[in-house]
Design a protein around this ligand. Structure first.
Ligand code: MN3
Length: 201
């Protein structure tokens, strides 16, 4: 039986305030993310062949998952994977601008760091309904609906992503998603993004 587990947050629930409140972080991690984990485990309960597979492998090989469980693995597995990354992409020491190779490459591609945040933020505000916006290892920007992952499209793991589901911001920002996006830049863990960028395949 698969037993995926909720990863600990690498900081306290109130560590990202005032940009993201403790209330949101606690609900988002302890309840939303936990539910993805529980439902993923439930979906895999009767599939012993998949018991030793990582969530990354499952998302990249959805077509091998029996049809009866495939939608659940896609949604709940995607939810588990995406949120596990999302917590690491933020930090109370975050914000500011990236440095090194990542900074140079972003400037080269988008003209400036500010221009990059504009394009990324614009993509994030245009996701209709629930979804994510991603920065890919080649520095292209992609979006997904629901909990879909680029991994399921045969693409590499994103190096940064922003959750634009209403559960990620409604309590703090109500319907004003652009305000959440603007605030989120203050907590982006650029060291982690740069690490992933430099270790790309
Ligand atoms: Mn979420």
């Amino acid at each position: 039986m698969s037993t995926f587990q909720l990863p600990d947050l690498p900081y306290a629930y109130d560590a990202l305030a005032p940009y993201i409140s403790a209330d949101i972080m606690e609900l988002h991690h302890k309840h939303h993310h936990q539910t993805y984990v529980d439902k993923l485990n439930e979906a895999l309960e009767d599939l012993p062949d998949f018991a030793d597979k990582s969530v990354e492998w499952l998302l990249a090989n959805l077509d091998t998952v029996p049809e009866s469980a495939r939608t659940q693995v896609r949604n709940q597995g995607g939810g588990h994977y995406n949120h596990s990354q999302f917590w690491q992409w933020m930090s109370p020491q975050g914000g500011g601008t990236p440095s090194g190779e990542l900074a140079e490459s972003l400037t080269e591609r988008y003209g400036s760091f500010e221009k990059f945040t504009e394009v990324f933020g614009d993509s994030a505000s245009k996701v209709f309904g629930s979804g994510w916006v991603w920065l890919m290892p080649d520095l292209s920007i992609e979006t997904s609906h629901n909990q879909d992952s680029p991994l399921s499209e045969g693409k590499p793991a994103p190096i940064l992503g922003l959750d634009v589901w209403e559960h990620a911001y409604y309590l703090d920002y109500t319907y004003k998603r652009p305000e959440y996006i603007d605030a989120w830049w203050h907590v982006v863990n650029w060291d982690e993004v740069a690490r992933r960028y430099e270790h790309k395949a």
